[in-house]
Design a protein around this ligand. Sequence first.
Ligand SMILES: [Zn+2]
Length: 277
Amino acid sequence: MGKPLIWHDITWPEVKKASEETGIAILPIGSTEQHGFHCPCGVDTFNAYELSKLVSEKTGVIVAPTMTYGSHPYFHYGFVGTIPIRATVQIELVRDVVKGIVNSGFKKIVIMQAHGQWWTLQTALQEIALDVDCFMAVATWWELACETIKEVCETPFKHADEVETSVSLALYPELVDMSKAEPDYSLKPYIDKSFVRPAVHSELINSFPIESITFVPQENVMKTGAPGDPRKAKAEKGEAIINSAVDVVVRLIEYLKKTYKPDEFPRVKPELKADMY
Ligand SMILES: [Zn+2]
């Protein structure tokens, strides 16, 4: 394993060299958001960046500058420590940044996503694919590691809970204060919760995804801001989750390296006979 290659740490000729070697870049996207009494507000940004660095160490691929603000579902608004940007702002921001990365010679971009904003980034990807000639892939670490999360954790992933705190403990334990971790079940749903499932990995199926129904209680009425029981978190659980997520991205990057020359990429832009929009 080498050292991670960080865009902000190197000169433009070195960025050019990286683009000529593989033409692949990783773009970490996090957020600025409260993560309970026990974890810092930078969790999502740190997770996106640290996971990207691990992928870079294994593949030599460059890590583009991290986005530290994210978009949020409406029920996150108003919590101290959380700084949301609107979904439309994020889509435009991601579009401009992807264009800048492509303009620097990287036609294959893997977005390492670490915050509950996947609907925004999937929309961004679809919009950008019409506009920019490049390959993009986006996933959250909990999508990439969903099977491992089910294996190693007792509770489904929500926020600053067993799952996410385990990842924090594995990556930056010095910023986590487990003596302040406490269970918080203070959220009371506005409608019967059998209609709603958390975003990912819930046993509750045949119901509405949490971001697809405006039933959700305001997060800012919670006691700690961390729903569930973060005391169940362990660094070893986090390591298993991280290894799974990193492994998927490394396999994708090695496949892209093997299959496409640095300036080639799986073509995404359709040939249109007329300007469609
Ligand atoms: Zn988070």
